[in-house]
Ligand binder design. Structure first.
Ligand code: MRU
Length: 355
């Protein structure tokens, strides 16, 4: 059975008694669909840090629930003690991954909800935290849907689309950002031909984007990252669709490593390059992409993780920056839940979100 409903996973879910969070372990996809129950700060940290839960919005949603769940186990001798423990856990979770702003944003929102209930007793505070964490998820689903509607105004039936990494339902809630247009289009009878960059070294494009699109019955072909140029040259690509992890005030966009290379190629071949961005991923505190911290991960991900035998000789170094920044001038438009922004982004983003 295929259809979009088939790939709208409950990827991050608060348990019924609100004492844990259930996630699908994305490191095991597509081979195994395993759900994990997370309760402790260490379990949440590990899930985020190792990409069991991944994709900027999904990381934020999980972190929001995490703070609300973990706080239920704090010693309740005084509110002062409660808030001091809360700050400690918040800092710890926030250090799990540095680039996606959704992580710190969600943690800040849930802490703020707690602070606004201060003085009314711990059970009220806990309730306020749960409420806020649920809102973050609901808000994300709504933003994805609106972004996808705007995205549809940019495409025609039969388009060839290049994607990089994964910005679908598993990285968000329901439709996704970068892939949302494709799912919504499928529901409305569009036929797209998607080329999914495999996205070395963690293969989110091959493992996750291809998995989601295929389950929805959307035509998808996986290519190695270094094949993007030839498929563009061969005329197979009408537009590039990517998500984002942190968009600076001037539109510079951090996304999975390899995104900026795809954008440079798209410019060369005169192909529109679209960034799909919920407002939860815009960081107006970052003036430009130069201020965005780029996560660096273990070289083992390059040399041995997905290989039976190591492919890099013993003793040879691997450099593994996990994200790059696409300069705003390479981006044709940034598609948000409030509308489609064009350059100059410092003006168009501020006009939609800072007034
Ligand atoms: O390292 P990941 O897999 O969390 O990186 C994910 C991406 O780069 C996505 O494109 C981004 O988070 C957008 S998710 C809607």
């Amino acid at each position: 059975m295929t259809g979009t409903e088939n790939c709208f996973f409950e990827n991050v879910r608060l348990s019924e008694d609100s004492d844990s969070v259930v996630i699908i372990d994305q490191t095991l996809l597509p081979g195994k669909e395993v759900y994990l129950k997370l309760k402790t700060p260490e379990e949440f940290y590990r899930a985020i840090n190792t990409l069991q839960v991944r994709g900027a919005p999904a990381i934020g949603i999980c972190a929001g629930f995490a703070l609300a769940v973990i706080a239920r186990g704090f010693s309740l001798s005084s509110e002062e003690e409660f808030f001091s423990q809360l700050r400690g856990v918040k800092e710890y979770l926030n250090s799990a991954r540095p680039t996606a702003v959704n992580l710190s944003r969600a943690l800040d929102l849930v802490e703020k909800a707690a602070l606004s209930a201060a003085g009314s007793g711990v059970s009220e505070i806990l309730e306020a935290m749960l409420k806020e964490s649920r809102l973050i998820q609901l808000e994300d689903a709504e933003m994805c849907r609106k972004i996808s509607e705007y995205g549809l105004s940019l495409v025609k039936n039969g388009y060839g689309i290049l994607t990089h990494c994964n910005a679908g339902p598993l990285a968000t809630s329901r439709y996704g950002t970068g892939l949302g247009t494709l799912f919504l289009g499928k529901e409305r009878g569009y036929e797209f031909h998607v080329y999914s960059d495999e996205t070395r070294p963690l293969l989110q494009g091959a493992r996750i984007t291809a998995y989601e699109l295929n389950r929805a019955g959307i035509d998808v072909t996986v290519i190695c990252d270094n094949m993007a140029s030839i498929v563009m040259k061969q005329g197979k690509i009408n537009a590039c669709f990517v998500g984002c992890d942190r968009v600076a005030a001037n539109g510079d966009t951090a996304n999975k490593i390899g995104t900026s290379g795809a954008a440079v190629l798209a410019k060369h071949y005169n192909i529109p390059f679209y960034v799909f961005c919920p407002s939860s991923t815009i960081d107006f505190n970052c003036a430009t992409g130069n201020e965005i911290v780029i996560e660096e991960r273990s070289g083992e991900e390059i040399g041995s993780l997905y290989f039976e035998e190591p492919v890099v000789p013993k003793g040879v170094k691997c450099y593994n920056p996990s994200f790059d920044v696409t300069d705003n001038e390479l981006i044709t438009a940034i598609v948000t839940e409030r509308g489609i922004c064009k350059a100059p982004y410092s003006e168009s983003l501020a006009a939609l979100f800072c007034k």
